[in-house]
Design a protein around this ligand. Structure first.
Ligand SMILES: Cc1cc2nc3c(=O)[nH]c(=O)nc-3n(C[C@H](O)[C@H](O)[C@H](O)COP(=O)(O)OP(=O)(O)OC[C@H]3O[C@@H](n4cnc5c(N)ncnc54)[C@H](O)[C@@H]3O)c2cc1C
Ligand SMILES: [Zn+2]
Length: 283
């Protein structure tokens, strides 16, 4: 089950373009810095040896004329030796190099090298998603200003599948479950659309009366879409993902976190592989 939470294909388009999330939202990779290699290089400050390669030649069989084998002297009749598969590298001729160091850093919580990399994303999401997102204090944010500009006529209306599963959970006070009938879904959808329309109309009426944007916005609901940049180092993005791709997080923020996860997986494949391993184990 935990593994399935990490199956995030990038929705349709390449990272770098706006990747659609929910009905009007998106995640866009703006930039990232550092790399898996940079993390290793930063960790090697004491020895100044830098990045040495993810694998290295197996020293146990390096001298052998056939890679991946070791020379065994068998004093058989003719006095000749023979080659046998090298156990140190399982016959591949290569052993783990800095792959091992990256794993060591991760497993022993030597996390500062992971702060030497990072990423910035642009996100368009409903305000109720931002309300959860902004609790992550170690990210830096810049959000569009509802005082400066009219907020877009974009509102989150959940799809029918989400609404079907939107009955208040009896087991978990913070969660929803799936069991609404199609008829109920239609009714709920109508209430959401109607109340959103009333709010938007009130907002536009106030603006037309010359009311300042900072005051007119008082009538806007939390399904109002907003836009922001969010920037953090890789360590903090991983802490965010740990909480927000998990099934205990609200479904809506999980959709955005899933895209962040997929994009970081492209940029930092080895670090994200370690994250995934740790996440699935749940430790
Ligand atoms: C499933 C779920 C349910 C939630 N329910 C609620 C809820 O009902 N009510 C609610 O208010 N919030 C709720 N939250 C938000 C939650 O309490 C955190 O505010 C949010 O997840 C951010 O986590 P964080 O503080 O670890 O992140 P960040 O603020 O990014 O901090 C990262 C890490 O930095 C350190 N740190 C940052 N600031 C401080 C500080 N001031 N002092 C000490 N250490 C610091 C901590 O080690 C922290 O883990 C919920 C979150 C989730 C995922
Ligand atoms: Zn070998």
């Amino acid at each position: 089950l935990k593994e399935s939470m990490l199956n995030h294909e990038i929705n349709g388009t390449q990272s770098g373009s706006k990747i659609e999330v929910l009905d009007h939202g998106y995640v866009q990779h703006i930039e990232s810095w550092g790399s898996d290699e940079r993390i290793i290089e930063s960790a090697r400050m004491s020895t100044n040896k830098g990045f040495q390669g993810w694998t290295r030649t197996c020293s146990a069989c390096a001298e052998s004329p056939i890679a991946g084998t070791v020379f065994i002297k068998q004093f058989i009749d003719d006095g000749m030796g023979s080659e046998t598969k090298c156990e140190a590298c399982d016959g591949t001729g290569e052993v783990e190099g800095d792959t091992k160091l990256l794993r060591y850093l991760w497993e022993h919580h030597h996390m500062t090298p992971f702060e030497m990399a990072g990423a910035t994303f642009e996100i368009q999401a409903p305000i109720m998603v931002f309300r959860e997102w902004h609790r992550h204090r170690t990210q830096s944010y810049n959000e569009m200003s509802g005082r400066y500009t009219e907020l877009p006529n974009l509102y989150y209306i959940p799809g029918r599948g989400r609404l079907r599963a939107a009955q208040q959970s009896k087991k978990n006070k913070q969660s929803s479950e799936g069991c609404f009938s199609e008829e109920m879904v239609t009714k709920i959808d109508a209430v959401l659309r109607q109340s959103t329309e009333v709010s938007r109309n009130a907002y536009e009426a106030l603006l037309e009366m010359g009311v300042a944007r900072e005051v007119a916005r008082l009538v806007l609901p939390v399904n109002q879409y907003s836009r922001m940049r969010a920037s953090a180092n890789l360590r903090n993005w991983l802490a965010f993902l740990d909480l927000r791709v998990d099934e205990t997080a609200q479904w809506e923020i999980r959709q955005f976190a899933g895209q962040v996860h997929a994009i970081l997986g492209e940029r930092f494949p080895r670090t994200l592989a370690l994250f995934n391993e740790h996440f699935t184990k749940g430790d």
